[in-house]
Ligand binder design. Structure first.
Ligand SMILES: Cc1cc2nc3c(=O)[nH]c(=O)nc-3n(C[C@H](O)[C@H](O)[C@H](O)COP(=O)(O)OP(=O)(O)OC[C@H]3O[C@@H](n4cnc5c(N)ncnc54)[C@H](O)[C@@H]3O)c2cc1C
Length: 485
């Protein structure tokens, strides 16, 4: 890491150096921390709060499956960071490296992915997790995932495209493969996804005279004997019974082990011919953390009860899915309800570090767990009480509507949900194969422009080395010292 390219911090009105609190990641952990820090330290002249986030919105993941099912639009379940966070500098960028010794973070911005660096006095890492394929590159190449907004929107498009193609296909086997959908993973994301996929397909197929719902095959592959293992056994069994009753085939005690020639390989068991594999069976901490030289627990950054990264006390904190946060003998689970509270708790401790106050340990017990499993049925375990059926589904909608950030979004979702009781779901294929071809061409053009820019930047670097030999001082092109503007 080139310390010369890093900024030494902005200056305040009296010309003194401002301390910088830098937050990485705009998800539940990072955003709620940035919101609080903006309201406290962000108002001070001697502190700058900065947030680097890949997206300029907070994605409300609990409602992702509603977008896949076509019940909600993508914009309904996101909240703009710039409206949520005040008194903080927002940088849309991709973090590419963290140097905890030099207190420097490297990141890239814009379509050309221009490299930048920024220094910090205090760092909060909230980079979340990414889909993990356990080294199965064949699965990674074909599978749809349920992690981002685009994932959910594309899954919806993919289901409509499969129905349209199956309606035109006269080859019986190919048609069967087009109408078979396999979801891997029986945790919350997998069960909610399979419920949404099944509901959508069974509703939509009625509009295709060439097809019949008996032609659909929706399979859930899960390595355990009970889905939703985090819940009480009775609720897990209820979920399995409801899914089976709605036509979902359960392959329990089995794993997806690959994808070859149009077949989802399942171990143990028969392969399943399908063009649509949806992978929700694994998560791993953000890859950029793998090279970070600090203590970890299964890839997650080890933190103490004050959420300080081991060895970085008073300087570095970590929260959310990328952090192993101690809870008695174990660790807190990676959920949104924990991530946002950890973010606020870390923000408090960062304030204490800056102002010399008292640190507060993070203590939190899961309030409840809720899942919507399709066809207006849910399961819920809240404060030790258990609910299932319509009551749990209603509770799910009420709780998550209340938690969705922003009044306008809440209102929009409430209206959509009410309309959905009266009107059938949308079945438009908003992205066609022609659109995909155009996106691919644009992607190729972008990649070529990026490589050209990188070649030019490296030539600039060489030129700098040559000219510095002649005693001149220069900066390599493509690397800007942007901080403090
Ligand atoms: C389908 C699904 C359903 C879920 N349902 C629930 C639920 O009902 N209830 C619940 O409590 N939890 C739920 N979760 C879990 C919950 O979403 C996570 O636990 C929570 O988002 C973790 O918060 P976080 O801030 O750690 O990570 P995230 O919210 O994932 O945020 C991390 C942020 O960092 C960004 N980032 C990552 N790498 C980089 C990089 N290199 N550079 C820049 N930015 C980067 C990401 O883009 C993201 O914006 C669900 C998750 C999924 C996938």
């Amino acid at each position: 890491m080139n310390k010369n390219n890093a900024n030494d911090g902005g200056a305040n009105a009296s010309g003194g150096r401002r301390k910088r609190v830098l937050i990485l990641g705009g998800g539940f952990g990072g955003l709620y921390a940035a919101r609080r820090l903006g309201q406290t330290l962000g108002r001070r002249a001697d502190v700058e709060v900065a947030l680097i986030a890949r997206e300029n919105y907070l994605l409300f993941t609990p409602m992702l499956h509603e977008v896949a099912a076509g019940d909600l639009n993508p914009a309904d379940i996101v909240a703009p960071v710039r409206k949520m966070v005040r008194n903080a500098r927002l940088i849309q960028g991709e973090v590419t490296g963290i140097d905890v010794q030099a207190h420097v973070v490297c990141y890239r911005v814009g379509a050309l992915r221009q490299p930048r660096e920024i220094t910090y006095d205090h760092l909060l890492i909230a980079l979340g997790s990414e889909t993990h394929y356990f080294g199965m590159s064949d699965v990674e190449a074909v599978a749809a995932t349920m992690k981002s907004l685009a994932d959910a929107a594309l899954l919806h498009t993919r289901m409509v495209a499969a129905l349209e193609e199956a309606a035109q296909d006269t080859d019986a086997e190919r048609r069967r493969h087009l109408l078979t959908f396999v979801v891997a993973g029986g945790g919350f994301a997998g069960v909610e996804t399979v419920g949404a996929v099944n509901d959508f397909l069974r509703d939509a197929i009625r509009h295709y005279p060439e097809l019949h719902s008996s032609m659909l095959r929706v399979v859930l592959v899960h390595s355990g004997e009970l889905v939703l293992p985090e819940l009480n056994e009775r609720l897990s069994r209820y979920t399995m019974q409801k899914l089976s009753g709605r036509g979902v085939e359960l392959r329990l005690g089995a794993r997806v082990s690959g994808y070859r020639a149009g077949m989802v390989l399942v171990t143990p068991g028969e392969p399943i011919g399908s063009m649509s594999l949806i992978w929700t069976a694994g998560a791993t901490p953000a890859p950029v953390l793998s090279s970070l030289n600090v203590e970890k627990v299964k890839g997650r950054l080890k933190v103490n009860e004050f959420l300080e990264v081991a060895g970085q006390e008073g300087v570095g904190w970590a929260v959310g899915d990328c952090a192993a946060v101690p809870d008695g003998d174990g660790f807190h689970p990676p959920t949104a309800q924990h991530g946002m509270r950890e973010g606020v708790a870390a923000a408090r401790n960062i304030e204490a570090a800056v102002t010399g106050g008292q640190r507060v340990p993070f203590r939190f017990s899961t309030i409840g767990q809720l899942a919507s499993i399709g066809h207006r049925v849910g399961v819920a375990q809240v404060l030790g009480m258990r609910f299932s059926g319509l009551a749990a589904w209603w509770l799910w909608r009420t709780v998550y509507l209340a938690k969705l950030p922003g009044f306008s979004k809440k209102l929009r979702v409430a209206i959509k949900w009410s309309l959905e009781l009266l009107f059938p779901r949308e079945i438009e294929q908003l992205v066609t194969f022609r659109d995909l071809d155009r996106v691919e061409k644009l992607g190729a053009l972008l990649r070529a422009t990026r490589s050209e820019a990188e070649v030019q930047a490296s030539q600039g670097l060489r030129w700098q080395e040559d000219s510095s030999r002649r005693g001149s001082v220069s900066r390599p092109s493509g690397v800007e010292n942007h901080v403090g503007h």
